[in-house]
Design a protein around this ligand. Structure first.
Ligand SMILES: Nc1ncnc2c1ncn2[C@@H]1O[C@H](COP(=O)(O)OP(=O)(O)OP(=O)(O)O)[C@@H](O)[C@H]1O
Ligand SMILES: [Mg+2]
Length: 250
């Protein structure tokens, strides 16, 4: 589904990502983990097209993404849910998702409103809210909702564009243990519905529980890859976490 090949990113002379490669298979939940400042968000930005690598390529299925701006990548099927939630404050939860659903992949946002019936969009949005367990607050305004709901709304809006792969940057950050577990369960449900997910997350308990595969980044370099329990048992990976990004004896 997604292929990241030998990606290197340099910010003003400092190498943030160094020759990283990995693949995400269709219908897989892939965890991208590593200590703070490891280069995870930078890699995600390379995939979405907001950061240009000095070297390396990204493929979505067999399509090379090089040179394509972010909005074209979204059309091709790169879905993104960012760490900072920013719903439209004047719209209800349902309207937020229906609005995005209306953009679809069909072209101009305003024209798409004419092309589809709004009832259809609202129905689709309601189904997505149901999957994420926030259909009960469909008519509420986002500003009145706790963070746990807003995080789910952010995922719902990403799903509404029907992405081929869903990129999630720390969807569980700021949530308490119960909320984090509930949203992680929802991500598993989405995966069971066929969604391919690339998940950046510091909550290792949930990561190990829901991911099929992990890629571990430390100081911009890939230091581990594979099945979660095996990866977390690896001495190099363990020392990267214990040393908070600074290599202890490994
Ligand atoms: N726009 C930028 N300009 C310069 N340096 C940057 C920029 N963005 C990130 N960096 C640096 O690149 C490195 C990787 O940062 P990145 O945000 O990708 O890490 P991360 O793994 O997402 O960390 P965290 O877990 O804290 O979110 C860090 O050293 C960071 O300071
Ligand atoms: Mg980050």
């Amino acid at each position: 589904m997604l292929q990241v090949n030998n990606v290197t990113v340099v910010y003003g002379g400092v190498t943030a990502v160094m020759d990283v490669s990995f693949k995400v298979k269709d219908a897989e939940v892939m965890g991208l983990i590593g200590p703070n400042g490891a280069g995870k968000t930078t890699l995600m930005r390379v995939i979405t097209g907001t950061v240009k690598p000095v070297q390396g390529t990204v493929f979505l299925e067999s399509t090379p993404l090089e040179g394509k701006p972010p909005h074209k990548r979204i059309r091709l099927g790169i879905g993104l849910s960012q760490q900072i939630v920013h719903p439209f404050k004047s719209m209800t939860v349902l309207e937020n998702v229906a609005f995005v659903a209306g953009h679809g992949k069909t072209g101009h946002p305003v024209m798409s409103v004419f092309r589809h019936s709004r009832a259809k969009e609202k129905q689709k949005a309601m189904e997505i809210l149901h999957v994420l367990g926030i259909d009960k607050v469909a008519e509420a305004k986002p500003e009145n909702l706790p963070l746990g709901y807003l995080k789910r709304l952010e995922v719902a809006r990403a799903i509404a564009l029907e992405p081929k792969i869903l990129l999630l940057d720390e969807p569980l950050a700021g949530l308490n243990q119960l909320e984090a577990r509930q949203l992680a369960d929802k991500l598993l449900e989405l995966n069971q519905l066929g969604h391919t997910i690339l998940l950046i997350e510091h909550n290792l308990g949930e990561v190990i529980r829901i991911c099929d595969q992990l890629v571990v980044i430390d100081n911009g370099m890939k230091i581990g890859q594979g099945e979660p329990h095996k990866v977390m048992d690896d001495a190099v990976v363990r020392s990267a976490y214990l040393g908070e990004g600074h290599h202890a004896a490994s």
